[in-house]
Design a protein around this ligand. Sequence first.
Ligand SMILES: NC(=O)c1ccc[n+]([C@@H]2O[C@H](COP(=O)([O-])OP(=O)(O)OC[C@H]3O[C@@H](n4cnc5c(N)ncnc54)[C@H](OP(=O)(O)O)[C@@H]3O)[C@@H](O)[C@H]2O)c1
Length: 309
Amino acid sequence: MSLYGRLTRPGPSGFGYTSTAEEVSVGLDLRGKHYLVTGSNSGIGWETARVLSIRGATLLMAARTRAKAEEAGRSLPLSSLPLECDLSEPQSVRRCVAEVRQAGRPLDGIIANAGIMALPRLEQKYGYELQFFTNHIGHFLLITGLLDRLSDTGRVTLLSSRAHFRVPPGGIQFDNLSGERGYSPWTAYGQSKLANLLMARALARRLPGSGQRANAVHPGVIATNLGRHLPGLGRSLLRWAEPLFLKSIPQGAATQTWAAVHPDAAGHQGQYLADCNLAPASALANDESLAERLWAESEGIAARLQTDT
Ligand SMILES: NC(=O)c1ccc[n+]([C@@H]2O[C@H](COP(=O)([O-])OP(=O)(O)OC[C@H]3O[C@@H](n4cnc5c(N)ncnc54)[C@H](OP(=O)(O)O)[C@@H]3O)[C@@H](O)[C@H]2O)c1
């Protein structure tokens, strides 16, 4: 446990910074439940899937390629359904949606966990900056395509980040979603993570079932493959900081696991959670009109992609 972790105390939920995914799900029987996890082959996504599986759930393991999903699934205690879902390729997302629908099982949860961070140079897909496209638009397509497959008490959990505080002026640069009018690796990441949070807010208002939930989480700072685009110095600093400030992967997977399955988390709707508790979000993240504008813009992008791809 990191030095910082030793100094922290649990929050009102009884869990906190040092809680692990296994600890927050102790005693829960998830047999018969189905959870879709994106980015399930790596980091905190894989740990979340592993813990839900040991609690008895059936996992729909989504990964960039089917081979990665199959390999990740083989390491779970229970059998799972491997799914190819490259979030930067709308056709791949649509095929994944079709496969889940064909499997015919209601989903008890979608954990929108996959992500990329701080690409050093501007990269684009279909004219959009790649972090926004992968982290937000890919998940928007997936989640809206599966909303009617969500069980009456199904929960959508989106991975945001404290990085949602570090955004361009106005939060979402609607006039620069291509990144061509200016690109910074970190503000582009922050924008995509603000988009994840705003989507949870807007989705919470649209869920048809009163027992359904949508929330966004900050998992903590954890040394995972997410840092692959950091310069060498950044990666060295992370290694140095790990024993002092960072969470372990089991700790990093705790908040999304709690949000997805713990009975107490049903008390949260459209909120921002960290360390398995309610957390303060930025003013922009609390801006309902921004959330609605992003939802409308995302629907427009989805419609254009439907005809163009
Ligand atoms: N680690 C942290 O400190 C931290 C802090 C705040 C928020 N988060 C968030 O936590 C989530 C999980 O991150 P992590 O730390 O576990 O990182 P990770 O180990 O790098 O996992 C990210 C996952 O996303 C997948 N992914 C990337 N691009 C994809 C695409 N186009 N289509 C489908 N899947 C794709 C990766 O697949 P490949 O293995 O094929 O690349 C991988 O499975 C991310 O959303 C991240 O923003 C992490």
